[in-house]
Design a binder for this molecule. Structure first.
Ligand SMILES: *[C@@H]1O[C@H](CO)[C@@H](O)[C@H](O)[C@H]1NC(C)=O
Ligand SMILES: *[C@@H]1O[C@H](CO)[C@@H](O)[C@H](O)[C@H]1NC(C)=O
Ligand SMILES: *[C@@H]1O[C@H](CO)[C@@H](O)[C@H](O)[C@H]1NC(C)=O
Ligand SMILES: *[C@@H]1O[C@H](CO)[C@@H](O)[C@H](O)[C@H]1NC(C)=O
Ligand SMILES: *[C@@H]1O[C@H](CO)[C@@H](O)[C@H](O)[C@H]1NC(C)=O
Ligand SMILES: *[C@@H]1O[C@H](CO)[C@@H](O)[C@H](O)[C@H]1NC(C)=O
Length: 468
């Protein structure tokens, strides 16, 4: 008997309609006929309640709050406003209220046609836009407009988000300007599916239970600044906001990594790297659908009007720039500071159209692993703060020793000098224990970045300059 009741309940749940004596749950709309239907079925243009009380005349899926159960996928279609109703404002709130109602919200944009996209920088969305606001975070003032195609997923950082749509002007969609646009007859402005997830299942963001990810401490009164300290003892990862989904627009996030505990006689250097090519994807306005453009760029290949990440050799933006990154799909072999501070600053333009270039790509933004390397304070493995890369080793101090090139990132056009001085009756012997000329796949053509080692017999400082 119990088995039969249970089976019947399952069939009803699968159809999204439930009848019963108990009141409807938070994730359900109560029909007047005492049925319960999932909230996304209210005003979807189809009769779900026997008495049609889910489709009152003049209804709208806008300005409503949506809850749902973990494991279920729900769908919403927001129609285009009619010409006479402009300006149009529509807001959709999604709340993950814990336990079987989930901790995080996942939105997948399946259709999006909202006016024209004009520019990444100024007045880029003249006809209207979409914004996403998160519970208890400052409103991010970035905008999406135009037409979406590809695979667009947004994961909330908090338990509740509000999607806001504003339309000022209805323009005919221009399929040439917006490749992948839906036909102008398409009546859907925004089509999305949403799910509620449990935090412990979000391993790409929070790590596996046996090695949880440390995502830094939030800096108060900022949208996305983070501080990381002493990453030698933690599984530190620098992630773009809302990783592994789309990141918000109009961002400037400062990620400051610092090592304060340093063993005696050592110096700490900070390295960020990512071996997995799929965990770096920073949008760049260059034709993203051309696969040859879709590789990680370091240095001059980035458009500073769109999205990019800059690494500074220190704790503020006046320090030397070690690298500028954009695009993705390639491993990052490593960016290393010459001291115990590394600052990463991520910029995202205020306006954008939601496209992603590969439907199979699973992540957006970036995740970088943080490592701390300790080198001997007296070694030649790093360049001392404020000093040149210039070392003198004299046989008067030590008769043998070890010389190595700096292990951190060097600025372009850096020259290092090692002067090995022997007495007038002595000669200098060099043994190469290790010599490696690394090709960085993300670096521009080798012609622009060739490294050379020159060995000069005699004291180059007091004689002729060396000939490479
Ligand atoms: C949603 O609510 C706002 C007021 O908060 C109102 O101006 C707007 O017309 C409503 N939108 C719809 C589609 O009902
Ligand atoms: C982007 O954010 C900054 C503050 O961080 C704000 O001053 C600026 O007006 C925003 N841009 C747009 C287009 O809203
Ligand atoms: C709406 O768009 C049309 C054509 O693009 C333009 O002529 C008109 O001024 C726009 N109206 C507003 C209110 O922006
Ligand atoms: C930045 O680093 C310098 C030393 O390089 C230090 O004097 C200063 O206090 C640091 N500032 C912050 C905000 O950590
Ligand atoms: C390197 O240091 C020596 C003194 O130790 C100095 O004479 C020389 O000019 C320096 N060279 C460079 C390139 O800084
Ligand atoms: C590299 O530095 C040397 C001096 O150290 C300078 O003469 C040369 O112009 C620089 N080259 C470039 C490309 O910056």
């Amino acid at each position: 008997m119990w088995a039969c009741v249970w089976a019947a309940a399952v069939v009803w749940a699968a159809a999204g309609v439930r009848t019963g004596e108990a009141a409807c749950t938070m994730a359900e709309f109560p029909c007047r006929s005492k049925q319960c239907i999932s909230l996304d079925r209210y005003c979807d243009g189809r009769r779900d309640c026997d008495d049609n009380s889910d489709e009152p005349s003049g209804c709208s899926p806008c300005n409503r709050t949506y809850y749902g159960r973990v494991g279920a996928t729900y769908r919403l279609h927001i129609p285009r406003p009619r010409r006479g109703t402009l300006p149009h404002f529509c807001q959709l709130t999604f709340i993950a209220s814990g336990d079987t109602y989930g901790d995080l919200v996942q939105l997948s944009i399946e259709k999006f046609t909202l006016g024209r996209f004009v520019s990444h920088t100024a007045a880029g969305c003249p006809d209207g836009y979409m914004q996403i606001e998160e519970l208890s975070r400052p409103l991010n003032s970035g905008y999406w407009c135009g037409t979406a195609w590809g695979h667009n997923v947004f994961y909330s950082e908090t338990s509740a988000i509000t999607v806001m749509l504003r339309v000022f002007n209805l323009t005919e969609d221009n399929a040439n300007a917006n490749p992948g646009a839906f036909s102008p007859q398409d009546d859907v402005m925004l089509g999305l599916s949403y799910r509620f997830l449990r935090k412990e299942r979000a391993v790409l963001r929070y790590g596996a239970p046996y090695s949880p990810t440390y995502r830094g401490e939030d800096v108060p009164n900022t949208f996305c600044d983070k501080e990381f300290e002493n990453c030698d003892k933690k599984n530190c990862k620098v992630q773009s906001p809302n990783f592994p989904g789309m990141y918000p627009r109009n961002l400037t996030c400062h990620f400051h990594v610092r090592q304060t505990r340093v063993p005696d006689g050592k110096v700490a250097l900070i390295r960020v790297r990512q071996r997995n090519p799929h965990l770096i994807y920073i949008k760049d306005r260059n034709a993203p659908h051309l696969s040859r453009e879709r590789k990680l760029q370091v240095g001059t290949g980035c458009h500073v009007l769109h999205d990019y990440l800059v690494a500074y050799d220190g704790n503020n933006t006046r320090e030397a720039v070690l690298a500028t990154l954009c695009k993705g799909g390639a491993p990052l072999s490593g960016i290393t500071s010459s001291g115990p501070d590394l600052l990463l600053v991520f910029h995202a333009s205020p306006f954008d159209f939601p496209f992603q270039d590969s439907p199979r790509r699973r992540t957006f933004g970036f995740e970088l692993d943080v490592e701390v390397e300790f080198v001997d304070r007296e070694s030649t493995a790093y360049i001392r703060e404020g000093a040149a890369c210039n070392y003198t080793v004299s046989s008067r101090g030590q008769r043998s020793g070890y010389v190595q090139s700096p292990v951190h990132s060097l600025l372009p056009n850096t020259t290092c000098w090692w002067r090995l001085l022997a007495g007038s009756t002595e000669v200098v012997w060099l043994y190469f224990l290790h010599y490696r000329h690394v090709h960085h796949p993300e670096m521009p053509e080798p012609a622009h970045c060739s490294n050379t080692l020159t060995i000069t017999d005699g004291d180059a400082l007091s004689e002729q300059p060396p000939v490479p």
